[in-house]
Design a protein around this ligand. Structure first.
Ligand code: HPA
Length: 270
C-alpha cells in the first residue's frame, strides 16, 4: 500500500508545484464550494494512478488544487464509498495521498438522515464524534508504522477548536447549526425504521454512508479533522417517509451555500 501511495503522490507532484495545507472532501452538500476556489491545477481521478473512480451520480471525479481565502487547498470533487465495491483501503487511499502532498487539516462534508428529534430536514450538523457501524475498519491489516500507530487514539477525532471556530462562523453568518454524533454505515440501503431507532438508541444523532473511514485514516496520520453534515431526511419515528438519492441531493443542494460560507469563514480565520 505504501508503494501505491508514494507512486500516486509522485505522479501528482510531477504535474504540479503546489503544497496544499487543507484537504477538503466535497461530499454531498459541499459541491458548491468549487465556485469559491481560485483553481490552479485540476486532475481527473481517472488520470491518477491507483485512484478509484466515483460511480455515484452527483459525485464528480476531480482533484482540484487552488486557493480559498488565500489558503492553499486541495479539494476532492467526488468521494468514494464502501458500497461502490471498493475496499476500505481503496476508498481511503486519496486521504493518504493528500497527507503525503502536505495537508495538515481535513475538512469533510456529507449528507445524512437525522434521528435526533430536535433536527429538521435541511439542518446543518457539525459532527462532534462518530460511531463506526461499517462492520470493518480501514486500518485492518498489517500496520504501516510510517503512516501512523497500530492503535490510534480516537478520543478527539473531530477537533474541538475547529468545532468552536465553526460555531463562531455560523453565528456570524446567522446560520443555525446543530451538533451531534454521526453513525457511519455501509449502505447502500437507507435504513429501515427499526434501524434508525437502533442507531439512535446507541447514541447517534445522524446516519450516513461515508466520512467514518476517511476520518479514521486521517486520524491514523494525525490530521486535524472537521466534518459538517446536512440532514437530508428524517429517521425520527413517525416522520420517516420514502426517500430517494434525488431527494437527498436536492435537499443537500439547498444547504450548499451555507455550508460553503461556513468553511470559507473558517479558512479565513485559521
Ligand atoms: N441514511 C443513510 N445515509 C444517508 C441518509 C440516511 O437516511 N440520508 C443521506 N444519506
Amino acid at each position: 500500500m505504501l508503494a501505491k501511495i508514494k507512486e500516486t503522490t509522485e505522479f501528482i507532484q510531477k504535474k504540479i508545484n503546489f503544497t496544499p495545507e487543507f484537504g477538503i472532501i466535497l461530499g454531498t452538500g459541499l459541491g458548491g464550494l468549487v465556485k469559491e476556489i481560485e483553481i490552479i491545477h485540476q486532475i481527473k481521478y481517472q488520470d491518477i494512478p491507483n485512484f478509484p473512480v466515483s460511480t455515484v451520480e452527483g459525485h464528480q471525479g476531480n482533484l482540484i488544487f487552488g486557493k480559498i481565502e488565500g489558503r492553499n487547498i486541495v479539494a476532492m470533487q467526488g468521494r468514494f464509498h464502501f458500497y461502490e465495491g471498493y475496499s476500505m483501503q481503496e476508498i481511503t487511499l486519496p486521504i493518504r495521498v493528500l497527507k503525503f502532498l502536505g495537508i495538515k487539516y481535513l475538512f469533510v462534508s456529507n449528507a445524512s438522515g437525522g434521528m435526533n428529534p430536535d433536527f429538521e430536514v435541511g439542518d446543518l450538523m457539525i459532527i462532534n464524534d462518530h460511531i463506526n457501524l461499517f462492520g470493518t475498519n480501514p486500518l485492518i491489516g498489517k500496520n504501516i508504522d510510517e503512516l501512523g500507530p497500530r492503535f490510534p487514539d480516537m478520543s478527539e477525532a473531530y477537533d474541538r477548536k475547529l468545532i468552536e471556530l465553526a460555531l463562531q462562523a455560523a453565528k456570524e453568518l446567522g446560520v443555525n447549526v446543530k451538533q451531534g454524533v454521526y453513525a457511519g454505515v455501509s449502505g447502500p440501503t437507507f435504513e429501515t425504521p427499526a434501524e434508525y431507532k437502533y442507531i439512535r438508541a446507541i447514541g447517534a444523532d445522524a446516519v450516513g454512508m461515508s466520512t467514518v473511514p476517511e476520518v479514521i485514516v486521517a486520524r491514523h496520520m494525525n490530521l486535524t479533522c472537521f466534518a459538517l453534515s446536512v440532514i437530508t431526511d428524517s429517521g425520527v419515528p413517525g416522520q420517516i417517509i420514502e426517500i430517494t438519492h434525488t431527494d437527498v441531493q436536492e435537499i443537500a443542494g439547498k444547504a450548499e451555500p451555507q455550508m460553503a460560507a461556513i468553511i470559507k469563514k473558517m479558512l479565513n480565520s485559521l
